[in-house]
Design a protein around this ligand. Structure first.
Ligand SMILES: Cc1cc2nc3c(=O)[nH]c(=O)nc-3n(C[C@H](O)[C@H](O)[C@H](O)COP(=O)(O)O)c2cc1C
Ligand SMILES: [Fe+2]
Ligand SMILES: [Fe+2]
Length: 399
């Protein structure tokens, strides 16, 4: 791809990576991604906003050279220091001997760890600080946790453009850089939601704060760091509306799902009894026993992470809990699950490690695990079922 003009003074020098399928270890990127970067040219100075993934360095430098000589760049603005944006910085500094790096204070600390350099020419960008390029001003606006604590937006009032970094971005790649040129809008919006869930799902209050800050700016272009540039004539208003909807505070019902796996129906019986006890304590709550193997993992994950509290049960098979239970617990939103009440149970034959091992995992996530959990040998007796129901009742009465 070549450099593309966005406004009179702004050019995109973005790398397209349509082949990428996994980002940051955990995100599936069915439609690839792009590493967007921009050059703002004032009458006197030029600034580069974001750099690129280091893999693409030589191609990236070629594109920069289509816009200006790298030695003319006087500022490199890093709205966020994750290596998809900062990866090329180290090598780029050799080509931009005059460049100072504008980052938030948190970013300045991370950047030292990322580049292993103490001598970086840093400018700490504080709330409302700006740099004058001559006819174009860049103003810095903190946007913490969008996506890391260091994140900020950069606003160019004269060009009616805001650089939002990961916010409003998407792992979506077509051979064009504008939202108006997107050929498959349904796939784009699917990618937008996937990106939102993975990156911003845990940070809803910060998303609301970011949207509030954006609403105070006058702009026609949101230059994100992944996926298409958003424009007022294109998808910008719809993307903002969706972000508002997805990050809204919902006063949901009390939901206490009881997840389980069961080879011979024993742990299942305990799950049903526990759920009955929960509903006796909280008749208005939602609770049912859910066989982990019979529901899509993404649905289970969403239910667990939105729950008020939950119970999880596994038989002991070969000295441990079973794999589907571990998979579910690998999807816990650890940031927002601290102190979430949880109850552990399971049937076993002789050694019964499952309940202890699950409890250790939940304690590691800093959840609030209830009592010692419930372990029953083989087939639950009538008394075991009564105990399980009582335990469910005590559990749901405890929060
Ligand atoms: C393949 C297999 C391996 C097992 N391994 C263990 C074990 O290591 N320790 C143990 O306490 N019980 C073990 N059990 C016994 C089960 O935990 C026990 O039968 C339990 O009641 C099954 O509960 P479920 O019907 O909910 O699956 C094993 C059972 C099977 C079928
Ligand atoms: Fe990021
Ligand atoms: Fe990113």
């Amino acid at each position: 791809m070549s450099a593309v003009k966005v406004t009179d003074r702004i050019s995109a020098v973005s790398i397209l990576n349509p082949a990428m399928r996994i980002f940051d270890v955990v995100m599936k990127t069915e439609y690839g991604t792009s590493y967007n970067s921009y050059i703002v040219r004032g009458d006197e100075k030029a600034a580069l906003i974001e750099t690129s993934h280091v893999t693409f360095f030589s191609h990236y430098v070629e594109m920069i050279k289509q816009v200006c000589d790298p030695s003319e760049i006087e500022y490199i603005v890093l709205n966020h220091c994750e290596p998809d944006h900062s990866g090329s910085l180290r090598d780029l500094l050799d080509l931009c001997p005059n460049a100072k790096i504008c980052v938030s204070r948190a970013g300045s600390i991370y950047l030292k760890g990322i580049t292993n350099r103490d001598d970086l020419p840093l400018v700490i960008a504080k709330d409302g600080d700006s740099i004058d390029l001559g006819g174009a001003t860049l103003k810095f606006i903190p946007a913490p946790f969008l996506h890391w604590p260091d994140s900020m937006f950069t606003y160019c009032e004269e060009e009616r453009t805001v650089f939002t970094c990961d916010m409003l971005g998407s792992h979506y790649c077509e051979p064009y850089i504008y939202d108006t040129a997107v050929t498959y809008p349904a796939k784009y919006f699917e990618a937008l939601k996937g990106y939102y869930d993975a990156i911003f799902g845990p940070f809803k209050p910060y998303v609301r704060a970011g949207l509030e800050k954006l609403s105070n700016l006058d702009y026609d272009f949101a230059c994100t760091s992944h996926g298409p540039i958003l424009t007022r004539d294109g998808k910008l208003n719809e993307v903002l509306r969706l972000y508002n909807e997805w990050s809204a505070q919902v006063q949901g019902e009390v939901d206490i799902p009881v997840f389980y796996c069961s080879a011979y129906g024993n742990t299942e019986k305990l799950a049903q009894a526990i759920s009955r006890g929960i509903l006796r304590a909280k008749p208005d709550a939602k609770s049912e026993a859910i066989d982990i193997n019979s529901v899509e993992m993404s649905v289970l994950q969403a239910r667990l992470n939105a729950s008020t509290a939950f119970a999880v049960g596994s038989p002991t098979i070969n000295s441990d809990a079973v794999a589907p239970v571990w998979e579910l617990l690998s999807h816990v939103d650890a940031i927002n699950s601290k102190k979430r009440p949880a109850l552990v149970f399971g049937s076993y034959g002789w050694s019964g490690e499952a309940v202890g091992n699950i409890t250790a995992r939940l304690n590691g996530l800093r959840m609030s695990v209830f009592e010692d959990g419930l372990k029953v040998t083989f087939v639950p007796s009538d008394e075991d079922i009564k105990n399980a129901e009582e335990l469910g009742f005590r559990f749901a009465s405890s929060f």
